[in-house]
Design a binder for this molecule. Structure first.
Ligand SMILES: [Zn+2]
Length: 309
């Protein structure tokens, strides 16, 4: 069984927890006799292996307080960012393990050309997200390159933006923190924790919470399709994540399905621009075919709703 501290606290050492999360993926077991004890773990290229900027980017994950600044250098220029990526365990005291936290998996395309090696494809997206779009880090947990290589991106257990925003989450966050999230950074101790939790509680109406993000490299609008290697890798990765976190097959969806299947079905309002991600060249039929090859839902998975709570 997974052993996670019963009372995780913000002060806990984040690096240690990241290792615990990695171990959890390996150690966790289903209790249902109907499902496999374990499923094949696909080869995943670790972030430190492919990303030459990881030593700088990961600084934010090691901060003991959110909204502290960190810097990244690229092409001789220094970018200053603030560490505002929420961890499940340290910020959100509700969850004791990721099996409770993760309810769905959302599949995207990168909308970038699938050219060069897997590493080069990943770096193009990293640069686009961090340098051009101004984010702190890439938005997804995994990327699958056109040759089927799976690369690790955002550490599992961290929340960021890939699924969309709701009006209700934004309204609740504004109500909880009229001065905005920087107000949290001005506080310390119990006050810091109180403000942080009020913000996290508000943001639970946001579909990024509880969602693992997987991105396939390519623009599937019209001029490219997910390769056979990508689809095979996606199948393996989905099966492993489904088993690791007890996620039912019905809760594995395209990005464009978040609006109706998650947000509107929860009685909420999506305020993000309407997306067609991952576009039409990755068809619902192909996606459905992949999902039908996955292992059957565990008993725990069957109880998991796709809705926001
Ligand atoms: Zn998307």
């Amino acid at each position: 069984m997974i052993e996670i501290a019963q009372e995780p606290r913000i002060e806990n050492d984040i690096q240690k927890k990241l290792q615990t999360l990695k171990d959890e993926v390996i150690k966790s077991k289903n209790t249902s006799s109907e499902v496999q004890e374990s499923v094949e773990k696909p080869t995943i290229i670790e972030r430190a292996t492919w990303d030459d900027k990881w030593s700088q980017i990961k600084e934010q994950y090691l901060k003991k307080k959110l909204w502290e600044t960190f810097t990244v250098e690229i092409n001789g220029k220094t970018y200053t960012k603030t560490a505002d990526i929420l961890p499940y365990f340290d910020a959100n005291l509700k969850y004791e393990n990721l099996k409770d936290a993760y309810k769905r998996i959302i599949v995207h395309h990168s909308d970038t050309a699938a050219q060069g090696t897997a590493e080069q494809q990943a770096k193009i997206i990293r640069n686009l997200e961090i340098w051009d779009r101004g984010f702190n880090d890439v938005s997804y947990h995994f990327i699958i390159a056109s040759d089927g290589t799976i690369l690790e991106w955002r550490p599992l257990g961290r929340v960021w933006a890939h699924a969309g925003e709701t009006k209700e989450a934004n309204d609740a966050a504004t109500k909880a923190l009229p001065g905005g999230t920087p107000d949290i950074a001005k506080t310390t101790g119990d006050e810091y924790k109180k403000k942080l939790l009020s913000y996290v509680d508000a943001m639970k109406k946001d579909p990024d919470y509880g969602s693992v993000g997987i991105c396939l490299v390519g623009n599937f609008e019209s001029n490219s399709w997910p390769t056979a290697e990508q689809q095979a890798a996606l199948t393996k990765l989905l099966n492993r994540l489904k088993w690791s976190y007890d996620i039912p097959s019905d809760n594995i969806i395209f990005h464009k399905e978040v609006k109706t299947k998650v947000v509107e079905a929860s009685g909420l309002t999506l305020v993000s621009p309407v997306t067609v991600c991952p576009w039409k060249s990755f068809t619902e039929t192909e996606f459905q075919t992949i999902k039908t090859t996955l292992d059957k839902d565990s008993d725990q998975a069957k109880k998991k709703s796709i809705l926001l709570n």
